[in-house]
Design a protein around this ligand. Sequence first.
Ligand SMILES: N[C@@H](CCC(=O)N[C@@H](CS)C(=O)NCC(=O)O)C(=O)O
Length: 445
Amino acid sequence: MDLYVTPISPACNAVLLLAKALKLNLNVKLVDLMAGDTKTPEFLKMNPQHSVPTLNDSGFCLWESRAIMTYLVNKYGSRDDPLYPKDPKPKAVVESRLFFDATTLYPAFAKCYYPVLFYGQNKINEKDLEDAKNVFEIFDTFLEHTEYAGGDTFSVADITLIVTVTVFQLCHFDVHAYKRISLWFNKVKEICPGYKDILLKNADVPPFYSTHKQINEKDPEDAKNVFEIFDTFLEHTEYAGGDTFSVADITLIVTVTVFQLCHFDVHAYKRISLWFNKVKEICPGYKDILRKIRCKMGIDLYYVPGSAPCRAVLLAAKAVGVDLNLKYTDLMKGEHLTPEYIKYPVIFAGASYDPAKLTKCEEAMKFFDTFLANSEYAAGNDLTLADLTLAATVSTYEVMDFDLTPYKNVTKWFAKVKQNAPGYEEVNGKNVLIFKQLVDSLTKK
Ligand SMILES: N[C@@H](CCC(=O)N[C@@H](CS)C(=O)NCC(=O)O)C(=O)O
């Protein structure tokens, strides 16, 4: 089994650590990114996204470090390997931490340090550093009730997270300022097989992160290149994740729809276009199925009536017929900040108004207006979840006195959604005014 890696890459090191934990003998193949080793026709055939790590298990090629890690445990781990539990709930917690690393913690690292490491900036942006600190605060709370990142035992979540925390530390971020992270870090460093002989050996050699060395890299790939890559995924399979419709199609169609909403020509990619049209046909049944299933168990929604994302969820729940157990959360009393509640960063207070951002709002509304020129609703000629979430946002613009009249298509669309979205007035119309009152009371202070 071949694993293509670049030693300094955090993603590669995470897979190497996992292989060590599983006592797997991988045929490690070093590649030089700067020399274009991942852009050769042979490599692109294995992985059109030309990234490392890439695994080739007897012709089965896989990339994305966390997907490689879970695959390896599933295939080569013991039957009930705690590295990646089989039981749905503990498994979901481990996955939630894997996604936390992939979508929140590592991106916070990239935002903070990539400009200095790769793009010649000589100073870390203070705001990005603050954001990274907030993410560490959140991670710290995860460790309040469990010894390890994904539960009570050492798992793949600890491996991927310790690699990220290590690169933060190499860049002089004070990871020990967070009490529980500090304890966890010291413990996991001791028990994670290969931490010293793989990670510490590879992570910063030659000194790279710790010296903020400048590298002249090409600009990051733009969205079109990413679409080209996605298009090649569909060369040999009908669906995004293989020959059958899967969660991969669901998550990808949501992203592709948002691209389309922003006027990106998703149909310029032959295979994506075919896939998109096909999956759109399959997905409408989803709504009906949800209706039939109707959750027997109560679903709690902690919410604030005035908040746009909360209203979007309320509208969506009405539309698919799901009953929610509403739990009003008083932000002013700090109910969202109590130790038993806090799960998400709620950045609500203290923001100062930036008039320059108004231009961005106008641009966004113009995009939306252009998009609506060719369709009745946001994602075609039927009312969809996209309209519900957009209506929650547009109504927030409206109560903030943003002038919608120049956007003729938006105005027309908005009137239609107000009329046709189930429960619009009850769950959004009334509640957006509460948001308005809240803003008024705060700005009067
Ligand atoms: N999310 C990916 C990240 C992979 C990644 O960005 N790899 C970098 C090295 S750290 C790479 O291969 N860059 C070269 C390229 O994308 O062309 C993973 O976890 O595997």
